[in-house]
Design a protein around this ligand. Structure first.
Ligand code: NAG
Ligand code: NAG
Length: 289
């Protein structure tokens, strides 16, 4: 669908070259939160090449929906591709779907912290009227309806943070590892307790609190650890959303009854998102044991 917009070389020549300016958003969603604030904003880290996945998310769990007066919206977090022609493609996609939050930083694994901070800054600046925020990845299956149901049941509105708790981890000191961290970057032997970066959910005031405190905390390249550092400075503890686990950081095999009662399942392809979502919708009236 998206490919049908012809991109002409004339337009490309006239494109402004992006000036590096971290304060300015290159792309933003078209939403006025003062008028009609969403209950839940789902922020999905994504990158330029994942257009197929973004399309699948838009058609399935990320589709904007209103359930009992409460609105759920999904936006994608992107950095800047190194080639400005790719920047143009993202501009066109943003114009069409109005669901992209983008700033000018290089889109790399070690800039994931910047990507998440950009999402927090956007919520803090443009949508503090929302109630909850979820941060997740583009290879996740999310059941936003069950998440909303549990958030309403939990009835917490401030200083609330939940997700998949991880064991307190130690920094990896082997330079060959993807998670290598030098003593200069992090001198201590233990990380703060936190969550898997794959999916976590918090009340919107926590987005503002983290955005503000993040300026006082030394930058750390591992995103979930940085979030953990922010939370320990804020003295906010992770809490369970439900008496049973609902955030899965591994892959859960699909069955309608299983997926009705989970919030996330990991390592899901765009084709599977469509299959699973339609499977869920089709079985809506079926009884589960
Ligand atoms: C993160 O983005 C900045 C700004 O574009 C860039 O200078 C830096 O090299 C990036 N860092 C990494 C680790 O990729
Ligand atoms: C939610 O909590 C508030 C107080 O924090 C209480 O007044 C209200 O009755 C609760 N609502 C539900 C549905 O439990």
């Amino acid at each position: 669908m998206f490919k049908s917009i012809g991109i002409c070389s004339v337009c490309l020549k006239d494109m402004p070259i992006f000036q590096p300016n971290r304060r300015i958003f290159l792309e933003m969603p078209d939403i006025d939160c003062r008028k009609n604030p969403p209950f839940l904003i789902i922020l999905v880290t994504s990158c330029r090449d994942q257009i197929k996945t973004r399309m699948a998310i838009r058609e399935t769990w990320g589709k904007e929906r209103v359930v009992t007066d409460k609105r759920i919206v999904t936006f994608f977090l992107l950095g800047s591709p190194s080639h400005y022609q790719d920047g143009f493609t993202i501009m066109m996609e943003s114009l069409l779907y109005k669901d992209i939050i983008q700033k000018d930083f290089l889109d790399t694994f070690y800039n994931l912290t910047l990507k998440t901070l950009m999402g927090l800054e956007w919520v803090h600046t443009f949508c503090p009227q929302s109630s909850f925020v979820m941060k997740t990845d583009s290879d996740m299956f999310v059941n936003p309806l069950y998440l909303m149901e549990l958030l309403l049941k939990r009835n917490r509105t401030t200083r609330f943070f939940t997700g998949a708790l991880t064991m307190q981890a130690h920094p990896v000191r082997d330079p060959r590892s993807k998670w290598y961290v030098s003593k200069e970057e992090y001198p201590w032997n233990k990380y703060p307790p936190c969550c898997s970066g794959a999916a976590y959910v918090f009340s919107t005031d926590v987005a503002s609190r983290m955005h503000i405190i993040s300026k006082k905390i030394p930058f750390f390249k591992l995103e979930n650890i940085f979030v953990g550092l922010c939370l320990s400075h804020l003295r906010i503890k992770m809490e369970a959303l439900h008496s049973e686990p609902v955030f899965f950081v591994g892959r859960i095999e699909f069955s309608p009854c299983r997926y009705r009662r989970l919030v996330t399942s990991h390592f899901i392809t765009s084709v599977e998102m469509l299959l699973f979502w339609h499977g869920l919708e089709k079985s809506i009236d079926e009884e589960c044991p």
